[in-house]
Design a protein around this ligand. Structure first.
Ligand SMILES: CC(C)(COP(=O)(O)OP(=O)(O)OC[C@H]1O[C@@H](n2cnc3c(N)ncnc32)[C@H](O)[C@@H]1OP(=O)(O)O)[C@@H](O)C(=O)NCCC(=O)NCCS
Length: 360
């Protein structure tokens, strides 16, 4: 279920505890009533800055041709991918996240003292713990608030941004740094042509701030764990050893079919929740997995191709980083402008998927 209902005026004034709990508090604990402090009324959140970072090294399809049994023509015709960035040895997810965050904070005009919430979406954390968000907090010199990771694979940024919005809407936090960052290249078997050609590394970030006017209009998040086997890395660390397969496995056609159906449903859900039509959308920023999936969704939803932001050709699939990377690209080249309506979408392992509709 989406949270757009929370943003309707009628429910906003009911406050943090909900009407039932408040009335019970007031009637039975009169003496303590004066001491009860409610969190501020529901607020809105808005993106006030974006940033992104790509590792220096670029691996083209031609480079792959010399290593595995593939061709540039096969990769481009099936996926639209021409090249991807790959992190240097020793370059960690938190390093990519740090560079993207600096740019987002600079464009938002905020410093470390302004941030009171950091959420990092990643499937490739630097280590098992502490979270990449805590490592990023330290690198940025942020000294307060909460910091945690979310793991929803390529839908991670949707989950992270929705979560940050709810924290801000509740009044619990005021200024969030929301990051999608991945070194997916380290989950790939570079001899497996069915998977290694598809992914890349990178990071994207946004600063989300409390606002008097709505920025994020609606969000819907979904998961179907019964599909966990069609896209996964089932390996893990146990008793000091790697258990299972540490490389990505995928049933490409099952993922393709699931993604198209799920993303179409999710987009319709977001439009219905806001009363908007596809014709009113200024921009569609989809997950950058495959140009054929992107075009198929755009056609089904009814968004003209010229309003779809695509970076898949140059970035490949950067998992949780893909949407914030594409968003930042379109903000920086001034396609996306203030007050325009933008639809973001993610889909990935789990399977998970979701849509966020926002006024930039
Ligand atoms: C992965 C994908 C591009 C494969 O395309 P496809 O048309 O389904 O291809 P298939 O897997 O059926 O393979 C067809 C043939 O191409 C071959 N092939 C696979 N990868 C290849 C490559 N990189 N280069 C050359 N040939 C390749 C296969 O081995 C197979 O050969 P065979 O018929 O001799 O066995 C496609 O299924 C897809 O895009 N799926 C969604 C993946 C995705 O987006 N995942 C991330 C979601 S977050």
């Amino acid at each position: 279920m989406g949270f757009s209902a929370l943003l309707r005026p009628g429910t906003i004034s009911e406050g943090w505890h909900g009407p039932l709990k408040i009335s019970r508090l007031l009637s039975t604990r009169k003496r303590r009533r004066r001491q009860v402090k409610l969190a501020p009324a529901m607020a809105y959140s808005r993106i006030i800055g974006t940033g992104s970072y790509l590792p220096e090294r670029v691996v083209t399809n031609r480079d792959l041709e010399s290593k595995i049994d593939t061709t540039d023509e096969w990769i481009v015709s099936r996926t639209g991918i021409e090249a991807r960035h790959v992190a240097a040895d020793g370059e960690m997810t938190s390093d990519l996240a740090y560079q993207a965050s600096l740019k987002a904070m600079e464009s938002a005009g905020v410093g470390p003292d302004d941030i009171d919430l950091i959420i990092v979406a990643t499937t490739t954390p630097d280590m098992i713990f502490p979270s990449t968000a805590c490592l990023l907090q330290s690198k940025l010199g942020v000294r307060r608030g909460a910091a945690f990771d979310v793991q929803a694979v390529c839908t991670g940024f949707m989950y992270a941004l929705s979560t940050a919005n709810l924290y801000i809407a509740s009044g619990a936090h005021k200024c969030a740094l929301v990051v999608g960052a991945e070194v997916f290249s380290r989950l790939l078997d570079w001899n497996d042509r069915r998977t290694c050609v598809l992914f890349g590394d990178g990071a994207g970030a946004v600063v989300l701030k409390q606002s008097e006017t709505p920025g994020i209009l609606t969000s819907n998040l979904h998961a179907d764990g019964s599909l966990s086997g069609i896209l996964r890395v089932d390996g893990g660390i146990s008793h000091g050893k790697i258990r299972g397969n540490p490389y990505l496995e995928m049933d490409g056609q099952a993922v393709y079919r699931t993604a198209v159906r799920a993303l179409d449903d999710s987009a319709q859900e977001a439009l219905t929740a806001t009363g908007l039509t596809a014709a009113q959308l200024d921009w569609f920023v989809p997950h950058q997995a495959n140009i054929r999936i992107i075009n198929s969704i755009a056609d089904k939803v009814g968004v003209p191709r010229e309003r779809v932001v695509t970076t898949v050709a140059r970035h490949g699939n950067t998992s949780a980083a893909s949407v914030p990377l594409a968003l930042d690209a379109a903000v920086r080249d001034q396609r996306i402008k203030r007050d325009q309506l933008v639809m973001l979408q993610g889909v990935g392992g789990g399977m998970t998927w979701g849509t966020i509709l926002l006024r930039y």
